[in-house]
Design a protein around this ligand. Structure first.
Ligand SMILES: O=P(O)(O)OC[C@H]1O[C@H](O[C@H]2O[C@H](CO)[C@@H](O)[C@H](O)[C@H]2O)[C@H](O)[C@@H](O)[C@@H]1O
Length: 402
């Protein structure tokens, strides 16, 4: 199914109402910041093939160089595993027919274990009766299709309208790896909560969504609106600026490489780099990372990301927001999280393990995931969002007439 609406450009002047926090608010934030345990850089998963290549190369190279090579190989393998072919590639005439058939067969098996949230919608929402539904949405690959240029990952007007409408019925938040300002430029809906930098930059209206009173650290934005916020990695900002510059410098001769400053994390994009140059780019990333032991690396869809080693992720952001919104205190909430990326897995686990919620992975290929349900692509996400609105209107109508 194709999105029918016309795509909307980014309005550069559409400043987020939450784009700056006052100095007073920031100092109160620093005082209330949760404390973090440092995590060491993630080791690559060692597969038999990788182990063999390590043992071969260890006969020739000094130990340090060899383990550096293995680490870079691990990153690239994990990045490839997290980067399934895009819908457009799968449908293209050039895509190998037998590979397409294998992927489709794997997908059918996988969907039996992670059933479609659309096909099972009515059954799923039985659990929502009498509960407050809260909706958490990832951005890239969930609300907007994956595209070559990260600066042009626009969401359609139809998707924006769907999200706007659902937010009038349920507390709704966008949780993205992007900087909060950037994701706000794309979404442009002031009534939502936004968690940028993989949840390390949370802000939303103090009056909450849908009349829900919000608890948490309060401050004022530059327009004088009352807001609640959390920036658990604020002390890392100067370091992230430095890292971004170092990465830009080191990658400038690798064609197609793009560095994206996401405020409390930095993305290194591989999508437009020729595959034969991926290792060279990853090695440059490794050289930078070595100078910053307080950072660690994660992999996404043709992207590596450097972020602070603090005990904070999209799962923690969901918990912060639920607490801030006073949700789930008596088990009277049904949280729903929809995302497509590796970093969404932390949020899926929190919903599954702590809140009896619905975790939904957006994927058109079989993928290892903690999510219980699935949707194929952003078009299906939009259909699901519409179904939530219809379900709410129908249940309110039934309540009123009983
Ligand atoms: O948490 P998300 O909202 O899903 O953000 C994750 C990363 O998304 C973006 O990159 C991805 O989408 C791009 C646009 O479609 C695509 O070109 C890129 O290859 C993908 O990795 C964003 O640019 C990153 O900064 C986010 O961390």
């Amino acid at each position: 199914m194709a999105l029918k609406s016309k795509q909307t450009g980014v309005h550069k002047d559409a400043a987020s109402p939450y784009s700056k926090i006052s100095a007073a608010s920031l100092s109160s934030l620093a005082a209330s910041s949760p404390l973090y345990s440092c995590r060491s850089a993630k080791s690559p998963t060692i597969t038999p093939a990788l182990a063999a290549s390590i043992s071969l190369s260890s006969q020739r190279k000094p130990h340090t160089r060899q383990s550096d090579l293995a680490m870079v190989s691990g990153w690239l393998q994990a990045m490839k595993a997290a980067s399934p072919p895009r819908a457009a590639t799968l449908q293209s005439a050039n895509f190998n027919g037998s590979r397409q058939a294998v992927l489709e067969a794997q997908y059918i098996d996988w969907v039996a274990k992670h059933p479609s949230a659309l096909a099972n919608f009515e059954k799923m929402m039985e659990a929502g009766k009498g509960k407050q539904v809260a909706l958490f949405l990832d951005y890239d690959g969930t609300l907007s299709p994956i595209v070559e240029d990260p600066d042009r990952a626009y969401m359609s007007d139809a998707m924006r309208a769907a999200v706007k409408e659902v937010a009038t019925h349920f507390p709704t938040a966008i949780i993205s790896g992007r900087s909060r300002d950037k994701v706000y430029e794309f979404v442009q809906l002031a009534e939502l909560f936004y968690a940028g930098s993989h949840g390390m930059d949370i802000m939303g209206p103090a009056e909450g969504c849908n009349g829900v009173k919000v608890d948490g650290t309060r401050g004022m934005d530059e327009k004088g609106n009352e807001i609640v916020f959390s920036q658990p990695a604020s002390e890392f900002l100067p370091m992230m600026n430095e890292v971004c510059k170092a990465l830009e410098q080191r990658s400038k001769n690798i064609q197609g490489a793009k560095i994206e400053h996401n405020k409390f994390c930095v993305s290194i994009h591989f999508r437009r780099v020729k595959e034969e140059n991926w290792r060279a780019l990853a090695e440059e990333v490794q050289k930078v990372l070595k100078n910053y032991p307080k950072l660690f690396l994660t992999q996404g869809r043709k992207v590596l990301e450097l972020r602070p080693s603090i005990a904070w992720d999209k799962g923690k952001a969901v918990e912060f927001l639920m607490k801030a919104l006073g949700l789930g205190l008596n088990g009277d909430v049904l949280p729903v999280y929809i995302g497509d990326d590796q970093t969404d897995e932390d949020a899926f686990s929190v919903l599954n393990e702590k809140h009896n919620g619905y975790s939904i992975l957006v994927s058109n290929v079989a993928k290892k995931t903690n999510a219980s349900f699935s949707l194929r692509d952003p078009c299906e996400v939009m259909d699901f969002v519409h179904s939530l609105v219809k379900w709410k209107l129908k249940s309110s109508h039934e309540q009123n007439s009983s």
